[in-house]
Design a protein around this ligand. Structure first.
Ligand code: NAD
Ligand code: UDP
Length: 335
């Protein structure tokens, strides 16, 4: 698993191990430390879980990984993900997000091929004409270099499976992953000021930030704030197990498949904030602020294809997820 020590990777590692798979976690620790990796070991009781510190842009290191382990499937999480930073430093994003993926595919081919699961994003839909977005909703020109890397990586995978029969691929388009493992031993660890809504909410609640700004309350939505599809991190992780199983069990109907991973339920920013206050029994300091440039008004998933083909659907309620996010923030505060 590339980038496996990060937020999503650590939750996926737990679910894969609990489903009986052997996992190798590889990460260059550019956007995390070993906190979540250690948490994964505690949750699963797997104290000998293999970890390789390496950069997927490094050809020799990637070769070394494939030579040391028998790899049947790769989940590629490695990449940078800060939208704003990708605008100010696009080459950093193109070089890491594209370079690591091309390198990984080249090495996988040289070792006889591989099943490849790619972490894509609902950002590829831009502002869709209508939601829910299905997998055939047209992609729109990316509004950031980060979003562009997601589109290009999808295309790299699509073209590679077409040309090389030894590569099979699935792209999962995540909507908005939030929350933490119910154990509160792993969760999101943003560096610096969080860009995403839920870590900003929890950091405000714990007193690390003074006030949450809700970006825009004049959108054409029922309460004027943006609509998103917030997907619980454990539910999202389970979708990876289903996708890996489909690949390894030879169930794929096409060599390249795409699935939306979301709940199908739109939730507004204000609703999310109110639910957070209610479920955790606290008051959050927030104010309405100007719209954030580049934000789309509304997007949520049609997850029917994932339900039909991956036999997956979101199960945890938004309340449970928000309680888990808060439990994780409190766990961090106790460290
Ligand atoms: P994350 O930053 O927590 O995890 C990514 C990990 O990759 C980090 O641990 C980082 O150290 C590592 N990494 C980066 N470049 C690397 C390289 N060249 N070699 C080895 N390791 C490298 O982020 P996350 O939220 O867990 O996201 C995982 C993937 O899912 C990313 O590709 C991200 O773009 C994608 N995604 C995330 C979201 C989200 O909201 N979190 C939404 C859609 C898609
Ligand atoms: N948001 C907000 N305040 C914040 C962070 C985010 O109001 O401090 C809003 C943002 O405008 C968007 C929603 O929360 O409508 C989700 O934003 P996030 O960055 O978490 O995910 P995105 O959907 O932009 O990828």
């Amino acid at each position: 698993m590339s980038g496996g020590a990060g937020y999503i990777g650590s939750h996926v590692t737990v679910e894969l191990i609990q489903a009986g798979y052997d996992v190798v976690v590889a990460d260059n620790l550019s956007n995390c430390d070993l906190t979540c990796f250690e948490g994964v070991k505690k949750i699963t009781g797997k104290s000998d879980l293999p970890f390789v510190k390496m950069d997927f842009c490094d050809h020799a290191a990637t070769e070394g990984l494939f030579s040391s382990f028998k790899i049947d499937a790769v989940i590629h999480f490695a990449g940078f993900k800060a939208v704003g930073e990708s605008v100010s430093d696009p080459l950093k994003y193109y070089s890491n997000n594209l370079g690591s993926f091309v390198n990984l595919l080249q090495v996988a081919r040289a070792h006889g091929g591989c099943n490849v699961l790619f972490s894509s994003s609902a950002t590829v839909y831009g502002e869709p004409e209508k939601s829910p977005a299905t997998e055939s909703t047209p992609r729109q020109s990316a509004t950031s270099p980060y979003g562009n890397t997601k589109q290009i990586c999808e295309d790299i995978l699509r073209d590679s499976v077409k040309a090389y029969p030894e590569i099979k691929g699935i792209a999962l388009r995540y909507f908005n992953p939030i929350g933490a493992h119910p154990s509160a031993l792993i969760g999101e660890l943003p560096r610096g000021v969080p860009n995403n809504l839920v870590p900003f909410i929890t950091q405000t609640a714990v007193g690390k930030r003074e006030c949450l700004s809700i970006f825009g309350n004049d959108y054409p939505t029922p309460d004027g704030t943006c609509l998103r599809d917030y997907i619980d991190i454990v539910d999202l992780a389970k979708a990876h197990v289903c996708a890996v199983r489909r690949m390894l069990d030879g169930q794929m109907e096409q060599p390249y498949e795409i699935y939306n991973i979301g709940t199908g339920r739109p939730v507004s920013v204000l609703e999310l904030v109110t639910s957070f206050e209610k479920v955790n029994n606290l008051k959050l300091n927030y104010k309405f602020a100007a719209r954030r440039p580049g934000d789309v008004t509304a997007i949520w998933a049609d997850p029917a294809l994932a339900c039909e083909k991956l036999h997956w659907k979101a199960e945890r309620s938004v309340e449970e997820t928000l309680a888990s996010a808060w439990a994780w923030e409190k766990h961090l505060a106790e460290q």
